[in-house]
Design a protein around this ligand. Sequence first.
Ligand code: BG6
Length: 495
Amino acid sequence: MQTTTAADVALESGGSAIIASRAVPVKSAQGMPSGFLWGGAVAANQVEGAYLEDGKGVSIADVQTAGAHGVPREIHEAVREGVYYPNHQGIDAYHRYREDIALFAEMGFTCLRTSISWARVYPNGDDPEPNEAGLAFYDRVFDDMVAHGIEPVVTISHYEMPLRLVSEYGSWRNPALIDFYLRFCETIFTRYREKVRIWMTFNEINETMNKRTPFNQAGLVFSEGEDVNEVKVRASHHMFLAAARAVALGHKINPAFRIGCMVQYPTTYAKTCRPEDVLARRLNMLPNYYYTDVMVRGHYTNLCRAQLRRLGVELEVSEEDAAILAAGTSDFIAFSYYFSSVASSETGDDLLVERGNPYLDRTDWGWPIDEIGLRVALNELYDRYQVPLFVVENGLGALDEPDESGFVADDYRIDFLRRHIIQMERAVNEDYIDLMGYTTWGPIDLVSVGTGEMRKRYGFIYVDRDDAGNGTLARSKKKSFDWYRRVIASNGREL
Ligand code: BG6
């Protein structure tokens, strides 16, 4: 049972003040079904570093500068002399992965979500042959995970395609990318056939439509005068075809493969019960269900058509393409969940989306903390699609201050995760959601995608590195390390 929240009190007294702190949830729960996957999630480009080692090519992650909270990262056309690019070194996991995997194993991880750097395997993207040294690296990584009883969960493309596919081909706006992607898939599906069972095609594919510049998601930069919406729709269509063909190909290579799509789930509330605001909430979900509808249902639904109409874009889907989409639907939906938003509208057709919600606290980076939004997300996705779900990212990016001995007492992180796990357990045990697993984002501190910072830390493991790239890169356990170990050991009962 949860105690009465400060928000309840504020509501009962008619208040709407910013809530400083919400109820502390219970510390034990019913736990998860057996076989539930517990672990963490990272992406190759945010941890590996070694950006040109052993034949790796330059990726889109390698040309992004360090930003800061409120200061966007710059995107360069090529690596420039004398500029600091945080992903070039990451947290040096390329050389330290054994130590990191041993620490994850100590926490009891039963799975680890990571990605394969496309540019490590196909340095330019269009190479006729793969780079053997890159493939051998992931052999070592997966072997080490398996030796520790950790199941690899692999994102095929997590924000780091080879840069040449952008500069020479215009990225996913060009259908040529489909074959390059499939060549990459065939290589890794075949090579790791016996080592990896669970795959995801594209990280947060729906951000292609949501972001102003979907460079990480789809390698897109727009030239002046270009019809941005049309390009996003066309690029998404090519990515849908690539993903569907990858699913079909993967199942052929190993029928035991489970290949999912992956989206960022933006739980959205209507700002008020004004019907216009309720409709605005629905409108904010259109560009997101657009992706899950095509990838899970295998065709452009009425909702997709409504979204296309809102964008003012027409899309012709040939019979051949329709058959590909129908034949390669995702086996499960993986999603990231960090916070919820609030939607409102003046006319019922316009849309204002904001993060401000007077009932919620915010993180150091201004992200609302809303654990119930995770339960809402699980229910909405499962109601709509009835396929297994996988929470593959959830976590708290915070400013961690080590004490004199270097120890980080991150009770705020424990509190954040505990609240979310409780809601996730309720979704499973009370709402009967079919959930495969839970991987916290950034079990070890890593380079932030949004800002390129190191000080936005998510980890159970502290990494001695700062925003300018200084530090020993030494790893040390935070307080949350032992807490998460107990959560996993008790299969989610001891929180
Ligand atoms: C997700 C990405 O969007 O959010 C991760 O899949 C990313 O790669 C994570 O790191 C957190 O965002 P940020 O900006 O705090 O790194």
